[in-house]
Write a protein that binds this ligand. Structure first.
Ligand code: FES
Length: 403
C-alpha cells in the first residue's frame, strides 16, 4: 500500500484512567486505528502513532475481492478499494460525519449485518455491500424534559415535563465545550431502527403525559434515511392533532430539500443552533477544519433562512440558538447575528445559550449579568421573542427570570 499510513492509538501520561474510551467507544480488542478514542477522550490523552502493516486479509466488496491490511477499519479497507468518504453529504460518496460509530451514516452490510464502517475492524472473508439502507443508529437518553431544547416554545419551559426527548449519538462538529459529549462521542450502545425508537418514544409520551416529542443529540440529522423514517413512524404512532414532533439540529448538513422532507414526514418544530456568523468564530466554537467549516457555516444560515421564509414561524415552530461566552464570541458578532436574524424574521424565537466548560474546554461560565447584556443586545435588534439561558434560569422575552 505505497503512500498509505496506518495508525494505532497510544494513551499518554494525560490519561486519567476514566475508562470512557473502553466502555463507550472502542469496538475492537486490538487497535484498528479508527481514532474514535482519540476524538472522544475528554483529557486529550490519546495520540495516534504510525504503525507497520503486520499482514493481509481478503474481503469481498460489492462482489469484487480485495486484499487489504489486517487490523484496519472497514472504512479504511473501502478507501483502499477506491470508495470515497465525505464529511458533507455528496452523491456517490459514503457520508462519514461522526467517525465514532454513533450515526451509522457510514454503515455497510457486512456478511448480512449492518455495521458502522468507521469503527468496525476488517476481518478475513468479510462480504461487504455498500449500497444498503442505513436504518439503524445509536439513540439513547429517552426521558422527560422540563426545559426542552432550542426549538421548544419559551412559554412552555419551566413546567413539569413538557417534552419527551431522546438523543441521537454522533456529531459532525468537534466543539471543545460540547455540552452533551457523552452522547456525541458514544459509539457503543444498542442500535435502534426508526420503528424501535418511535415505539419507545410513544410509550414515554404516554407515560409522562406530554404532547411534544423531541429528538436532539449529538446531531440527529446525520443519518437522513433514519431520521425521516423515524419521524414518519412517530407520526403514524401518534396520529392525534396535539402531537408535536420536534427536531433540534446544528443545521450544518441540512439542505432545503432535507427540510422539505422533514416537514413532509411530520416535523412540526425545529430548533436550529447557529454557532456564529464569522468563519473564524465558527471554527473556534466547533473545532472543525477550514474548508468543511465554511460549508457547514454557510449551510446552517441558508437552512435557517429557508425554514423561516418557506414555513414561517407558524406552520413550523422555529427556535434559533446562539452561543455566548466572551472567550468564544464577541458582543459585536452577537449583535450582527441578531440583526441578520431580525432581517429574516422578528417573530422567531431566539435563545442565547451560555456556553461553559464541558468536555475539553476550560472556559468560565458567563455571569448572569453578561447573559443579561446579550439578551438586551438581541432585543435591541428588533427580535420580539428573545430567551436567554443563565446560571439562575431563563430570562423570558418579558425580562422575567424563571427556573
Ligand atoms: S461516521 Fe461512522 S458511525 Fe457516524
Amino acid at each position: 500500500m505505497p503512500g498509505k499510513v496506518f495508525y494505532r492509538a497510544v494513551r499518554t501520561e494525560r490519561c486519567a484512567e476514566c475508562n470512557y474510551c473502553r466502555e463507550y467507544v472502542c469496538q475492537s480488542d486490538s487497535c484498528v486505528g479508527c481514532k474514535a478514542c482519540s476524538l472522544a477522550c475528554p483529557n486529550e490523552a490519546v495520540s495516534m502513532v504510525e504503525r507497520e502493516i503486520s499482514g493481509y486479509v481478503k474481503v469481498k466488496i460489492n462482489g469484487e475481492t480485495h486484499q487489504v491490511p489486517e487490523r484496519i477499519t472497514v472504512k479504511s479497507a473501502l478507501e483502499l478499494a477506491g470508495y470515497e468518504f465525505t464529511r458533507f453529504p455528496e452523491k456517490n460518496k459514503i457520508f462519514a460525519p461522526c467517525e465514532v460509530g454513533g450515526c451509522w451514516s457510514c454503515a455497510v452490510e457486512i456478511s448480512g449485518r449492518l455495521k458502522p464502517s468507521c469503527v468496525t475492524p476488517v476481518q478475513d472473508g468479510m462480504i461487504i455491500k455498500t449500497d444498503v439502507p442505513r436504518l439503524k443508529r445509536l439513540v439513547h437518553g429517552f426521558s422527560g424534559h422540563t426545559v426542552g431544547g432550542v426549538g421548544t416554545p419559551w412559554w412552555l419551559k419551566g413546567r413539569r415535563y413538557i417534552e419527551a426527548a431522546c438523543f441521537a449519538c454522533g456529531c459532525n462538529l468537534r466543539c471543545p465545550q460540547c455540552q452533551n459529549w457523552t452522547t456525541t462521542y458514544c459509539g457503543k450502545d444498542i442500535p435502534m431502527t426508526p420503528f424501535e425508537a418511535a415505539r419507545k418514544m410513544t410509550a414515554l409520551r404516554k407515560l409522562i403525559g406530554v404532547d411534544r416529542m423531541a429528538i436532539s443529540g449529538g446531531e440527529c440529522t446525520l443519518n437522513r434515511e433514519w431520521l425521516i423514517s423515524y419521524i414518519r413512524e412517530l407520526r403514524r404512532l401518534n396520529p392525534d392533532r396535539e402531537a408535536r414532533f420536534h427536531v433540534d439540529t446544528n443545521a450544518t448538513i441540512v439542505t432545503p430539500d432535507y427540510i422539505d422532507e422533514l416537514v413532509e414526514a411530520g416535523m412540526t418544530d425545529i430548533g436550529i443552533d447557529i454557532k456564529a456568523l464569522h468563519l473564524d468564530t465558527f471554527l473556534r466554537i466547533t473545532g472543525v477544519g477550514g474548508e468543511i467549516g465554511k460549508k457547514y457555516l454557510k449551510t446552517s444560515w441558508m437552512t435557517l433562512k429557508y425554514v423561516l421564509n418557506e414555513y414561517g414561524v407558524e406552520r413550523v415552530f422555529v427556535g434559533v440558538g446562539i452561543p455566548y461566552n466572551p472567550e468564544l464570541i464577541a458582543l459585536d458578532e452577537i449583535r450582527e447575528i441578531g440583526e441578520k436574524i431580525s432581517g429574516i424574521s422578528t417573530e422567531v424565537q431566539v435563545c442565547a445559550l451560555d456556553y461553559r466548560a464541558e468536555f475539553r474546554s476550560k472556559i468560565k461560565r458567563p455571569s448572569f449579568n453578561q447573559m443579561y447584556r446579550v439578551w438586551g443586545i438581541l432585543k435591541d435588534c428588533g427580535l420580539k421573542n428573545v430567551v436567554c439561558q443563565t446560571m439562575y434560569g431563563y430570562i423570558n422575552p418579558e425580562g422575567r427570570v424563571y427556573p
